[in-house]
Design a protein around this ligand. Structure first.
Ligand code: PGA
Length: 262
């Protein structure tokens, strides 16, 4: 795991956008896995800026959305399909046929989930997966106790997640109770994973994910088993980490290590 500690939220987004930009330079037909929520918003903004400055082009890029609420139409204001369109896709030149998302009202849930997995596989697999983290350590909507080997499927949201997401709805009772989400196994198949966390209310989840045991009780802890996982956090989200100084030291020396490997 590479733990990157920045001074603030803007720097988290800058760092994540830089990594994605670098990955795109190496592979113009990059396959992205994209998360919703508040945290990745700044990353999408920075990437859109790169597109406007003609430093990035999305004509060959493929994107898969991580999860979706059950029961919401694609154009529902709170659906994740709508979020992705509004905050990212409509601002760049990604092709409609290269955008893949889970449906809130699929004709057959099981078939839809299996087909999603197939589509990811047929695209060559996700190159870079962006993740946020819930206060309970969830990634995507894989709530604590989700199998670490799980694939795309229907999940029941925890009370904590429903409360956290109530801010996006007029009424708490409007927050869907069920969702479709890529599984933890699906996420772990990505070649690189970037998890972003900002603010004090994520510090406990970050501590458990990075320095605690790997456990289904903290789904993000599974990233300890991924060979290319980058955790980008600000000072507040990293405030409980015991080895914070070491992570900073590693980052300061990163370029020197890269010199060794040519
Ligand atoms: P947030 O959500 O970025 O809105 O905090 C993160 C998550 O629940 O995955």
């Amino acid at each position: 795991m590479e733990v990157i500690i920045t001074s603030n939220y803007d720097e988290i987004c800058e760092e994540a956008a830089r990594i994605i930009h670098r990955a795109w330079k190496r592979k113009n037909n990059l396959v992205l896995g994209l998360a919703t929520g508040k945290t990745p918003l700044g990353v999408y903004k920075k990437i859109i800026e790169l597109y406007h400055k003609r430093e990035m082009d999305f004509s060959q890029v493929v994107a898969f959305t991580l999860d979706e609420y059950m029961g919401l139409e694609e154009d529902h204001p709170q659906s994740f399909s709508n979020y992705m369109k509004k905050n990212f896709y409509q601002h760049i030149n990604i092709k409609k046929e290269n955008i893949f998302q889970l449906e809130g009202k699929p004709a057959n849930i099981e078939t839809h989930c299996m087909e999603y997995e197939e589509k990811i596989k047929n695209s060559g697999g996700i190159d870079v997966q962006i993740l946020g983290i819930g206060r309970n350590g969830h990634i995507g909507f894989n709530e604590p106790s989700s199998s670490l080997a799980s694939r795309t499927r229907v999940k029941t949201l925890s009370q904590e997640t429903i409360e956290d997401n109530a801010r996006f709805f007029n009424n708490r009772k409007d927050v869907p109770r069920f969702c479709l989400t890529m599984g933890i196994g699906t996420v772990m198949d990505a070649k690189m994973i970037i998890l972003l966390a900002s603010g004090k209310n994520k510090s406990e989840a970050i501590l458990k994910s990075i320095e605690g045991p790997v456990t289904a009780s903290v789904p993000a802890s599974v990233l300890q088993l991924h060979p290319q996982a980058k955790i980008i956090v600000d000072e507040e989200a990293s405030s409980l980490l015991a080895r914070k100084d070491y992570y900073k030291w590693v980052y300061q020396n990163k370029e020197k290590v890269e010199d060794f490997s040519g």
